[in-house]
Design a binder for this molecule. Structure first.
Ligand SMILES: [Zn+2]
Length: 207
């Protein structure tokens, strides 16, 4: 039996190792795939999960979308991305005087599930919502990503270098999670929406 595939948003990432499907409230489907995955590999994967996917989309269509609609969020992103970038660059420079790590560039993204990330090629990315964070949390976020240049994991060694400049990082992590709850859309509990996750190795940041 062939089921038609729903409309989906395809995200390719050099860091993804597997194809991953995510269905969110409203029935929105996101497919994350490794940069090298061919279109036909992706299509085959989707077709292999078509009946499952259709059932989930039907189910999630009935769940109201979170408060901030996609279109609103897009506007918010467009109107704050430059401010967010200037802020992130300023803070990176400031904190990196203490660390002296080398990174290549800063990117600002409109993500629903991440505050930031740090790629192996040296790009540090932040959610545009950094522009809305209280100063101390923006500092923590910047230090967190900057330290991933040195330690691309959440090991003890990683937290100990974070602690050089943010000794109370445990409290900051908690405060950042609390902030998310007040800000419409950044759901850390991305897990509740991820329905198929093929064995991917911790692609989502765990703040
Ligand atoms: Zn991290």
């Amino acid at each position: 039996m062939n089921y038609p595939l729903p409309t989906y948003f395809l995200k390719r990432s050099a860091r993804s190792r597997h194809i991953r499907l995510r269905v969110e409230a409203g029935g929105h489907v996101t497919v994350s795939a490794p940069a090298r995955a061919t279109d036909s590999t992706i299509k085959n994967f989707l077709e292999g999960h078509a009946s499952w996917l259709r059932a989930k989309v039907e189910y999630f269509k009935k769940i109201p979308e979170p408060t901030l609609a996609r279109s609103q969020e897009k506007k918010l992103f467009e109107s704050h991305k430059y401010q967010a970038k200037a802020l992130a660059e300023h803070k990176l420079k400031q904190w990196n005087e203490r660390y002296g790590f080398s990174f290549k560039k800063v990117a600002i993204r409109n993500s629903r599930s991440r505050w930031g990330s740090c790629s192996s090629s040296g790009t540090i990315s932040f959610n545009y919502k950094i522009a809305f964070l209280p100063e101390a949390l923006a500092d923590y976020l910047v230090v967190h990503e900057l330290c991933h240049i040195k330690e691309p994991n959440h090991s003890h060694a990683f937290w100990s270098i974070v602690a050089h400049t943010v000794p109370d990082y445990t409290e900051k992590r908690r405060a950042l999670r609390d902030f998310e709850k007040t800000f419409g859309h950044l759901n850390t509990s991305a897990n509740t929406n991820i329905l198929i996750e093929t064995n991917i190795r911790n692609e989502n940041e765990n703040f």
